[in-house]
Write a new protein. Structure first.
Length: 105
């Protein structure tokens, strides 16, 4: 199987103004394969655009609009770096170098 990378939003902070601009986002990047996953997460402050998309429209798409905004703010090289980090975390989960052992009895 191939590794699947997905981005999601854990939480967000919005203004209380008329458009409820989303300006702070807690994100997660997850790499999955064969029932195992590894992830990295963080927080980013989004630049406020000159024309704010109304909150209901921005969040009405589920994660797609916020994830697109997060990725745009980060830039492609940072997005790629986080995806590489998530894949490295998946590798640690899939091929552990340590294990928990019960005991001593």
């Amino acid at each position: 199987m191939a590794v699947t990378v997905t981005w999601s939003i854990d939480a967000h902070k919005k203004e209380t103004s008329a458009n409820n601009y989303v300006g702070n986002v807690a994100w997660r990047c997850t790499a999955s394969e064969s029932g195992k996953s590894g992830s990295v997460n963080g927080n980013i402050i989004l630049d406020k655009p000159s024309t704010v998309t109304p909150y209901a429209t921005f969040m009405g798409s589920g994660d797609s609009n916020p994830v697109a905004a997060v990725k745009a703010q980060m830039g492609s090289s940072t997005v790629t770096a986080y995806e590489t980090d998530a894949k490295a975390e998946l590798t640690k989960v899939a091929t552990p170098t340590h294990e928990w052992v019960q005991g001593p009895a």
